[in-house]
Design a protein around this ligand. Structure first.
Ligand code: KG4
Ligand code: ZN
Length: 334
C-alpha cells in the first residue's frame, strides 16, 4: 500500500472532529460535531462545558470518520491529533482518545500543532508552492507564517494583544449579536458602509505584527458615546467600518510579507478567513501583485480534523512520532 492513510482527531476548542485523509490531499471522511449552539447560550465558549461535550462526542465522531472512510483500522498508517494550542481540558480529550486508539490498534501517534492544520487545509484546494506566506486568522490566532518547504514554519508576525476573531466576537457582543460574532458582523456589514473612521494599528515601520485591542476599544467606546448622546446607532455601518479596519491591516501586512520573501503563494486560513470582505480584498490585492492566492472553502476554514490529518501526514512522513506520554499543551508554539 503506497498511500498514506491517517485518522486525525481535533478537540482544541468547541468542535469535536475526526477525519480520514489519504496522502494528505484526499478527504475520505470528515466528521464534525459542533458545540456552537450550546455555547451560544453563554455568549462564548465555556471551557468546562466544552470538555464534557468532547467526552460525549469523541467516540461517535471517530466511529463516523472510520465508517465513512470505507477503511478498516488495519488500513491506517497513523493516528494524528491536535496537541495544542487550545483549551487544555478540551485538548486532553482528543489526545487521550488518540492515544487509546493508537495503543489499541498498534498505530504510530503523530502530534499536530493546530495552526499548521489550518494552513494545511489549503492543500485540499491546491498543491502548496514554496516559499509561501500563510495568514492564519482565527478566534485565538493572528499570525503570518513563512514556509520555505513542507513542515517548516517561521512566525514572522503575530498579534500583540487580541486575535482578529476575538475582536470580531467582542465587537459583535457589544452590538448585541449572538456568538460567534464573526459571521454576524460579516452579514450585518453587507447592509452598511464603512463610513466611520476607526483606527488602524500599523505599529512600527516595517513591523508585521498586529494589534486589535485598540480598534476593539475604539468601536466599543464609539457605541457607548453615541448611546450616551442619545444618537440612534447604525449597527450595519459600525460593523462595516470595523470590518474594513481589520481587513485593511490584515491585507496590507500580508502583502508586505509576501513581497519581502518573494512568495510564490499566499494562503489564508482559520475561521476569520470565512469573512467575505477579507476574502474579496485579499483576492484583489494578491491578483494586482500577480501572486497566486488560496483560501479553503468555508467548511475547511473553521476547525475540522481533515486539516489536522493533512498536516499530520507531513509530520508522519518526516518521522514525527509521540509515545503514550503525549500531553495536550494549551500554549504550544509552532
Ligand atoms: O478557526 P476557528 O474555527 O477556531 C479557532 O481556532 O479559533 O475560528 C473561529 C473564529 C471566531 O472568532 C469566529 O467569530 C470567526 O472565526 N469567524 C469569522 C467569520 N466566520 C467565523 N470572523 C469574521 N467573519 C466571518 N465570516
Ligand atoms: Zn482553529
Amino acid at each position: 500500500n503506497q498511500n498514506t492513510m491517517i485518522l486525525a482527531i481535533e478537540t482544541s476548542c468547541d468542535e469535536t472532529a475526526a477525519a480520514v485523509v489519504e496522502n494528505g490531499t484526499v478527504i475520505r471522511s470528515n466528521a464534525v460535531a459542533t458545540q456552537i449552539d450550546i455555547h451560544r447560550r453563554f455568549g462564548g465558549v465555556v471551557p468546562e462545558v466544552a470538555s464534557r461535550h468532547h467526552v460525549d462526542q469523541i467516540t461517535v465522531v471517530c466511529e463516523e470518520a472510520m465508517n465513512k472512510s470505507g477503511l478498516e483500522w488495519k488500513d491506517l498508517d497513523a493516528i494524528a491529533v491536535t496537541q495544542g494550542p487550545g483549551l487544555i481540558g478540551a485538548l486532553l480529550v482528543g489526545v487521550n482518545g488518540a492515544k487509546a486508539l493508537a495503543y489499541a490498534h498498534d498505530l504510530p501517534l503523530v502530534p499536530v500543532h493546530h495552526i499548521t492544520g489550518h494552513i494545511y487545509a489549503n492543500r485540499f484546494v491546491h498543491e502548496l508552492k514554496f516559499p509561501l506566506i500563510a495568514l492564519v486568522v482565527s478566534g485565538g490566532h493572528t499570525e503570518l507564517v513563512y514556509m520555505k518547504e513542507h513542515g517548516s514554519y517561521e512566525v514572522i508576525g503575530t498579534t500583540r494583544d487580541d486575535a482578529a476573531g476575538e475582536a470580531f466576537d467582542k465587537v459583535a457582543r457589544t452590538l448585541g449579536l449572538p456568538y460567534p460574532g464573526g459571521p454576524e458582523i460579516d452579514h450585518l456589514a453587507k447592509e452598511g458602509a464603512p463610513v466611520i473612521d476607526f483606527p488602524r494599528a500599523w505599529l512600527e515601520e516595517g513591523s508585521l505584527d498586529f494589534s486589535f485591542s485598540g480598534l476593539k476599544s475604539a468601536v466599543i467606546n464609539y457605541i457607548h458615546n453615541e448611546k450616551q448622546r442619545g444618537h440612534e446607532l447604525n449597527p450595519a455601518d459600525i460593523a462595516a467600518s470595523f470590518q474594513q479596519s481589520v481587513s485593511d491591516v490584515l491585507v496590507k501586512k500580508t502583502m508586505i510579507a509576501a513581497e519581502r520573501v518573494h512568495a510564490k503563494q499566499i494562503l489564508v486560513a482559520g475561521g476569520v478567513s470565512a469573512n467575505s470582505k477579507i476574502r474579496s480584498e485579499i483576492e484583489k490585492a494578491a491578483s494586482t501583485r500577480g501572486i497566486p492566492l488560496i483560501i479553503p472553502p468555508l467548511s475547511l476554514c473553521t476547525d475540522n480534523a481533515a486539516m489536522i490529518a493533512a498536516s499530520g501526514t507531513i509530520g508522519f512522513l518526516k518521522g514525527m512520532r509521540a509515545d503514550l506520554s503525549l500531553n495536550g499543551k494549551a500554549n504550544l508554539s509552532i
